[in-house]
Design a protein around this ligand. Structure first.
Ligand code: 6PG
Length: 255
């Protein structure tokens, strides 16, 4: 099934505007969840794009507009490296955000991807999600907000082209069967993307433009473009892209 979830593309002029708009949406999602349920659960993305967003969330006005005492922070994926390694997604968030906001350590749910037994680490995180997240109508643990990136090859989280995990519908967290940049990772699996309340993609740079077009407008080829999995999402899907990433390969801007 190719799915028919609406994909909302929002094009902003540049990376700075992307980060500001993402920070505004983060605040709005937190206010909605806390207003409705008294809690806000968010999965952070990795890579380099969210760095400026994390910095903004630690600064006024955004810092003061999030009720951090009601916020639970998770990750969508993590590289199998120690948490202080330069490639660690946790380290990126710790240095740019977590150390600079009033968030209790107990509200930070780190993937222990450095463990030698990676399958055990994946199972441990799946138990954490099952324990700490509310469940949607289909009884699947559900994030209020998932921040996601898009690779130039069309991957998202660590769901990579050709991965067997693209067909995973039972497990919620798994060890990747493929390496990326020489690293095995832990990643949430398709059900976690497809049952989140809101998916917010942050995409910046001309190198991502072909993937944006293929994922949003191309034929359904999820093996080739894993981010197309969100066509089957039950929640809101918002693509925040700067102008460079939204230009279609033959040069016209995305409509
Ligand atoms: C990771 C991310 C990955 C990332 C994209 C985009 O751990 O690398 O989860 O999915 O979001 O590869 O990365 P950039 O933001 O660096 O372009």
């Amino acid at each position: 099934m190719s799915g028919d979830a609406q994909q909302n593309l929002v094009v902003v002029p540049d990376r700075a505007a992307l980060s500001r708009q993402a920070a505004d949406r983060f605040v709005a999602a937190s206010s909605a969840a806390i207003g409705e349920r008294g809690a806000f659960t968010v999965a952070l993305s990795g890579g380099s794009t969210p760095r400026d967003l994390f910095r903004l969330l630690a600064e006024r006005p955004w810092r003061d507009e999030v009720n951090w005492s009601r916020t639970q922070v998770f990750w969508g994926d993590e590289r199998c490296v120690p948490p202080d390694h330069p490639d660690s997604n946790f380290r990126l968030a710790r240095e740019t955000l977590l150390e600079r906001i009033p968030l209790l350590a107990s509200n930070i749910h780190r993937m222990r991807a450095e463990l030698a037994d990676r399958s055990a680490a994946a199972a441990e995180y799946e138990d954490e999600l099952a324990r700490a997240l509310p469940r949607d109508a289909s009884q699947c643990p559900s994030f209020d907000l998932m921040l996601l990136g898009l690779g130039a090859d069309g991957h998202t989280a660590s769901l990579l082209p050709g991965s067997k995990l693209l067909d995973e519908r039972e497990r919620l967290v798994a060890v990747t069967d493929l390496e990326r940049e020489g690293t095995i990772r832990l990643t949430v699996t398709p059900p976690m993307l497809q049952h989140a309340t809101c998916l917010l993609f942050l995409v910046s740079g001309a190198d991502k433009a072909p993937a944006v077009r293929a994922v949003l407008n191309g034929p359904f080829e999820v093996e080739r473009y894993p981010a197309q999995l969100v066509r089957q999402a039950s929640g809101e899907v918002v693509w925040l892209a700067d102008a460079a990433a939204a230009v279609d390969p033959d040069g016209a801007g995305q409509s």
